[in-house]
Write a protein that binds this ligand. Sequence first.
Ligand SMILES: *Cc1c(COP(=O)(O)O)cnc(C)c1O
Length: 495
Amino acid sequence: MMQSEADSSCLHEAFSQFEDILQSFQRHDQPLLPRPTTLAHAESKLCGELPEHGTGIQAVTQHLLNDISPALNAGSLSPNYYGFVTGGLTTAARIGEGIVSLYDQNAAVHLPKETIATTVEHRALKLLLDLLRFDPDQWTGIFTTGATASNILGLALGRESVIDQAVEKRGGLKTVGEHGLLEACAAAELTSIDIYTTMPHSSISKAASVVGIGRLHVHDVAISTSDIRFDLKKLEYALSTGTGKSAAIVAISCGEVNTGVFATDGLDSMKALRQICDQYGAWLHADGDSMKEFEELSKGVQGLELADSITGDGHKMLNVPYDCGFFFSRSKTLAEHVFQNANASYLNTSDNAIPSPLNIGLENSRRFRGLPVYASLICYGKSGYRDMLIRQVTLARQIASFLNQHEAFELLPHQPHRSSQEMMNNVFMIVLFKAKNAGLNQELVSKINMTRKMYVSGTKWDGSPASRIAIANWQVDVQRDLKIVQDVLDSVARQ
Ligand SMILES: *Cc1c(COP(=O)(O)O)cnc(C)c1O
């Protein structure tokens, strides 16, 4: 396997086609989802057995460009893909990503005399804290593969902290990191670790399983199924009755997946949570990433700096490539207690200002995923990201308003006590709705997606199917996209 002239020309061909592919989606002359025939064709061309002798670079380039690429969907590339919360990819981030792939740098160990990589990531984290309006001196962070990985970090740090405290209270010396969960819990006479949260993202349960807490120990203490704020009385009762037997983590959902609403509504509710956590020695973790711009939205993220740890997703709101999440903690040392890659002295470096990522996160070898973040943040600045968020929220509210007045659709959650203005103010980037006609509602998602002009995700709300428009792409153009959405929904309603 040697670099040859053929390699160079194939690289060149591939890169020149990338530009065409991007433009075809921007001109809207490519459907958002591949057609069934394209998918079937691609599958029929997939290599089924590892060849003894490889196909060579020219054949594989054609295979990738002609068979596989057309069978991918435009999730990140199209501003009208509203599925899940997919985000997009800014041009600056794409250039950064190109360099990440080109150099294939391993950003595991801080080697400041050999590469700038970890220093760039460290700087990118600081810029990110600035964007989120957190004091950069108060937090240490790391780039992860996504919010799920960040939640695992948050619960792992929370677990370490609350159990170590409980062991200490009994005069013991055991820690989770060194002695393991079972020994440390026995020393602390704890029988469980419990997570109290409201309408958590599913990844909180996954993380609870991974870090040995258990999915059944994730408890929902919301006011009601339609009000995801904490029932503080319920929370306090649970924490007080658990004292001595159970260690607790409180996890805040910042941006519930179906509606985008927040579990806290201002500094006072964050202060109340902080105070309860301090009283009962609970760890306070915040799950979600949002920027403070709109009044109601900014209420939902006010006081987040009172949390002990925060999870965020780069590949969603920041519009940097998959996979990228971030994690911040107010403790400078706890992450090392959990994640330190001990006894590998060849990996230790002497610079203490910037920790080696492999000692504070899950991975050892890791992608240099901070570079696209760095590139995108400095390219667009605070005002660029603010403008993007404003366009997203504006489009979401206009779609919500259209749906609210439409005879065929119903905006969710159903809020009969609220004025339509209040309802609009509670829409951020996600619009949840259903068709009034039950038959149409059953098929609504597939009918919308079959148009291939826009894409929505299906979910369940109050026991019936619901559709969800999540707006998270930097390319949002309010007027253009509102018209596309209105046309699609009108046409589906007429069917
Ligand atoms: C998307 C999301 C997650 C999961 O993120 P991944 O990037 O898919 O791992 C977790 N929590 C919240 C609040 C989210 O919005």
